[in-house]
Design a protein around this ligand. Structure first.
Ligand code: BTN
Length: 269
């Protein structure tokens, strides 16, 4: 376990970045929840909410997210989608995954991959998860909060029985010491750097370069309980995953949980 985070050390770590406000909690329910509250009260783009502990950390698809004190990062950034971006909201959730992969690579030289839409993997094991949630005012989308949880140091990985997918932490894959605040700054730099290009084809090209399981047989569980099997082709300009079925037909989906299909199990046949 490293030193506890505090407002001063966080401010120092992100100095020079265009972050208008930093809200630090030693413990809160969920940094996404706090960021949604701030967003509803006019918080500006790139407002940062960060916590050492979360008592009700949220994951995708209604799951719980565990944040281990002293060894993890749990933070949320407020984003304000422009009118032209509102029809393409799924892209925002890819932003967190791509920024985290790029930050790990540029800081520690190790290749992280993103399991669509935004689980960050190291050697096929999950090291970070991202949850994008939106804030509505008068039936109009006003803000989007992008929450990122990273298992950074040994001790951050929850017990295997609590995990749906094998998990790891960044330090396990690095020979040099990993510092939480160095990684925090790198992720924020990448988010800020990529933010203006999310509707450009270059953004999807960069995302696709980091995508895990391309060309492999995968199973996509939709939240309606339906599963689709096919070869993973990539993502379209709206961030929907594209699978090619056995007849060569391509289908895209905006939501779901992707799994590498085990070679020896024909669970849908
Ligand atoms: C997932 O993999 O299911 C997404 C996990 C997202 C966790 C982060 S931790 C910071 C932010 N606050 C939350 O309550 N959730 C996100």
């Amino acid at each position: 376990m490293t030193e506890k985070l505090n407002k001063e050390s966080i401010s120092e770590a992100v100095a020079g970045l265009p972050i208008p406000q930093i809200v630090y909690f030693e413990e809160t329910d969920s940094t996404n929840e706090q960021a949604l509250r701030l967003a509803a009260n006019q918080a500006e783009e790139f407002t940062l909410v960060i916590a050492e502990r979360q008592s009700a950390g949220r994951g995708r698809l209604g799951r719980h997210w565990v944040t281990m004190e002293g060894t993890s990062l749990a933070f949320t950034i407020v984003l304000k989608p422009a009118p032209a971006e509102i029809p393409h909201l799924s892209i925002f959730s890819l932003l967190g995954g791509l920024a985290t992969c790029q930050a790990i690579h540029s800081t520690y030289g190790i290749c992280a991959q993103v399991k669509w839409p935004n689980d960050v993997l190291l050697d096929g094991m999950k090291t970070a998860g991202i949850l994008a949630e939106s804030c509505w005012q008068n039936e109009q989308l006003s803000d989007l909060v992008l929450g990122i949880g990273i298992n950074v140091l040994a001790g951050s990985v929850p017990p295997a029985k609590e995990m749906l997918f094998p998990a790891t932490c960044v330090q396990t894959h690095c020979s040099q010491p990993v510092e939480r605040l160095v990684l925090l700054r790198a992720v924020l730099e990448k988010i800020i750097g990529l933010r203006g290009s999310i509707l450009e084809s270059s953004f999807i090209e960069k995302y696709s370069r980091h995508m895990a399981f391309i060309g492999q047989s995968v199973k996509l569980d939709s939240n309606s309980g339906e599963a689709v099997i096919g070869e993973l082709v990539g993502v379209d300009q709206d961030g929907r995953v594209i699978l090619r079925d056995e007849n060569g037909e391509e289908k895209s989906s905006p939501i779901g949980d992707l799994h590498l299909r085990p070679q020896d199990v024909s669970d849908l046949d």
